[in-house]
Design a protein around this ligand. Sequence first.
Ligand code: AMP
Length: 211
Amino acid sequence: MNIVLFGPPGAGKGTQADIICGRLNIPSISTGAVLREAIKNSTPTGLLAKGYMDKGDLVPDSVVTAIIKERLTKPDCAGGYILDGFPRTLPQAKYLEEMGITIDVVLSLEVSDEEIIERLSQRRLCEDCGAPYSLKYGPPKDTSRCDKCGGRLVARQDDMPEVVASRLKTYHSQTEVLIDYYREIGILKTIKGQKEIKDTTSLVFKALGIT
Ligand code: AMP
């Protein structure tokens, strides 16, 4: 099954993607995570992307589609995958079609802007393995260390309030249009983001028809 996890920044796409991929045993592909890794390694892609990401802008379609093209040809994608944060523009959605990729379901996580701002101020990420945490919902045992690998927990540069405002603006102006696009195709399922992660997961599993 090929799944798109869709929603504004901070809606919980990464968290739910990790849970679904553990349950269905398929990889979760996050263009944001690939870009952050590229920045960490100072690759040409990373250096280019950083300028956009620091401002809360989208990285150019040509960059992210190249990432997706390379990743989806890996053998572990043969049995399906979850796309977390891709597509984010209409041309990106069309690119998937041009590649002959069939998306089975688009799960749209709905969370208000107010809630997003609150959530992102509490978000921390492991510097080493990228595991996401919320200091408010599902905090790690030690607020400065990753439960999984012991890595240092840091706030994302683009979770700073002024960047969050810009990312939300970008979401509403360039990404939200995909909701109608996928609704018309008939593969959109909307999920109201809940306060508790496990409650959102229950709705996600229900939408996917898994128990
Ligand atoms: P995320 O981790 O999904 O919140 O993505 C972090 C940032 O990476 C976004 O704010 C964008 O700057 C960039 N990014 C991630 N995915 C895409 C995409 N599909 N298209 C353009 N930019 C992206």
